[in-house]
Write a new protein. Sequence first.
Length: 92
Amino acid sequence: MDGDRLPERTCVGCRGRGPKGSLLRVVRTPEGGARVDRSGRAPGRGAYVHPAMDCVRRAMRGGALARSLRTALGQAQAASLVQELTEVLGAP
Ligand SMILES: [Zn+2]
């Protein structure tokens, strides 16, 4: 029984694991794009990534994020997701 343990999720960027709350959730949109799920509870298929640009870049570069969401992100969709992630992370 491990019911007392925090649920863990795998980062699609570095494949490292972490407690659910420490990872950013990205959710597939009905249009087949993806957006940051700031509530962590949005319906739809989700993927997790560490709140670090390194992990975000790795997740995007290899297509791991899109694969995990079972969608094919177009260039514009990928760009707007990266833009949103950058805002959430407060990266320059
Ligand atoms: Zn990571």
